[in-house]
Design a protein around this ligand. Sequence first.
Ligand code: ADP
Ligand code: 5GP
Length: 188
Amino acid sequence: MGSTSTPGRLTVISGPSGVGKGTLVASLLQRHPGLWLSVSATTRAPRPGDIDGVTYRFLDRERFEAQVQAGGFLEWAEFAGYLYGTPRGPVEDHLAQGRSVLLEIELEGARQVRRSFPDGFQVFIKPPSFEELERRIRGRGTEREEAIQRRLGRAHQELEAEAEFDAVLVNGDLDQAISNLEELLNLG
Ligand code: ADP
Ligand code: 5GP
């Protein structure tokens, strides 16, 4: 974990579903208002607490695919049966303004961004153990059993990819993880 990012860069936060990416990113945004988080598009249904245009832009598959065809995504991927993508325009606009941009995305998307933004900084968040990951996904209570199983299956694959990332952070104690993440991103 020797390297850190510089301000104004594109930072990718990735890691298996349920590891705590959303929790960590929400805390970073609250503590560092200069950061900007990209709002992804998805074909999955909103969960309680989701707000269209704020947590995600909810699209049907047809509209999502039309946006793919139009080159409107910086990256996109299928995850656990649904499509997820990062709208290109807002990211490019914020980077052009010198803003620090965060993407919270899964592994395939992170790989695409690594190709298009080789200077970006990519952090992989991992759980203290697979058992704890399962406890967190179940504890969140937002998915049915079938979706939980798909996410846990995918998690095995994602956990094997940690060596591809610029930094790996274990989200054990939350406060410690937030402070380690701030250090990695040079947020002071
Ligand atoms: P992700 O965005 O990676 O899918 P979430 O941020 O939704 O994960 O977190 C999944 C669950 O784990 C949530 O219920 C969250 O409150 C909990 N959680 C997150 N970080 C920690 C932590 N460090 N210790 C214990 N529970 C955590
Ligand atoms: P969830 O359905 O739990 O909100 O998200 C499922 C997974 O999709 C998470 O790993 C999340 O990081 C990822 N994800 C969210 N938005 C995007 C996106 O725009 N692109 C990609 N590739 N993955 C995304």
